[in-house]
Write a protein that binds this ligand. Structure first.
Ligand SMILES: [Zn+2]
Ligand SMILES: [Zn+2]
Length: 342
């Protein structure tokens, strides 16, 4: 597969795609059947279908019965943690093993030409991005993911919140499933924008941003406050009348779906001529430039509305540089303004 048909590579070996990230057709005024059809297909397949499949598998195979969940106990909480940890180990591990350990695709389609394992750094525990990210994921983020899960299941089981059945509300619940990715995007944008505020960034979010060149294990490498807020997206289903399967879908979009932004590759070569779009570019640009793309791919284009959207184009780069320049000037002005005492 020749990745240079899809983009270019600079001297450092970093790959840049030719095509900028396109917003969904309804935000670009592209109402043709072809555009809409492609969007719908991409919306469902394969990522959201996968998150729904894992939500259903959990519901039927993993989640304890309602009577058990009415009482908080370590037994079922630890069981859920074990399954979440094992599932992430396998799911993220597949990407890590194939693309980062075996390097099956070498650096074809890789945004950053280097591999984290080749770049030891003092910012990481044991100077290793992989070990640091792995430990933070399994001992901080996945326990907090599980805490959120236990909390909403316990609320549903005790009838503290409405539990709508699929038999009585099939249309409403189906619509809620369709809207869930938009809830994810808005929730993620808001908490993410919040923890980019100076003091919170230094205290909380800098942990995640240590990985400038993210890889799958970076996905859930977070400070505990961020890990909780991130997975707390599922708690919206305690506020909106919902059903635990939809809440699980919402949770899995966060937990399993975090890998998308951190794949590091523009396309994954699945077979000789099958490419998988990992939707990694927008968040890769966030890790590279920090103050752009606080949300995802623009399903709800908050970044565009707030002037922080970077689609990978030259124009977007120039807009970002101008914004950074204005920020530096603002800060310099502030520094040079005499205080009243002077
Ligand atoms: Zn990230
Ligand atoms: Zn960030």
């Amino acid at each position: 597969m020749n990745d240079l048909d899809y983009g270019k590579r600079n001297k450092r070996g970093d790959f840049t795609p030719h095509d900028p990230i396109a917003l969904p057709p309804f935000w670009r005024g592209a109402w043709t059947l072809r555009d809409l059809g492609r969007f719908v297909l991409d919306y469902v397949w394969p990522w959201n279908a996968f998150h729904m499949a894992t939500a259903l598998a959990y519901w039927y195979l993993v989640i304890p019965d309602v009577a058990t969940m009415q009482t908080l106990s370590w037994g079922w909480a630890l069981w859920l943690y074990a399954v979440n940890a094992a599932a992430i180990f396998v799911f993220y591990g597949i990407f890590e093993l194939r693309f980062y350990v075996k390097r099956a695709q070498e650096t074809r389609f890789k945004y950053n030409g280097k591999f984290p394992a080749d770049q030891p750094s003092d910012v990481f525990w044991f100077q290793s991005q992989n070990i640091d990210n792995f430990l933070r994921s399994f001992f901080i983020s996945i326990p907090l993911w599980t805490a959120v899960e236990v909390l909403f299941l316990w609320c549903f089981a005790n009838g503290y919140v409405p539990w709508l059945s699929w038999a009585d509300h099939p249309v409403y619940l189906a619509l809620l499933v369709l809207v869930a990715p938009a809830i994810h995007e808005v929730h993620f944008f808001c908490i993410h924008r919040l923890i980019h505020w100076g003091p919170l960034y230094r205290w909380i979010h800098s942990v995640h941003h240590n990985s400038v060149n993210p890889s799958p294990w970076s996905s859930l490498s977070m400070h505990p406050v961020e890990a909780f807020l991130y997975h707390a997206v599922a708690l919206w289903h305690l506020v909106i009348p919902s059903n635990p399967i939809v809440a699980l879908f919402q949770l899995h979009m966060a937990g399993f779906g975090a890998v998308n932004g951190h794949l590091g590759f523009h396309r994954l070569e699945i077979t000789e001529d099958t490419l998988l779009d990992g939707h990694a570019y927008a968040h890769y640009l966030h890790h590279k430039h920090f103050e752009v793309n606080y949300g995802g791919d623009g399903l709800i284009p908050l970044d565009q509305w707030f002037g922080t959207w970077h689609d990978g184009s030259k124009e977007a780069e120039a807009r970002m540089d101008a914004r950074f320049q204005r920020k530096v000037e603002r800060m310099n002005r502030k520094k040079n303004t005499p205080t009243p005492a002077e």
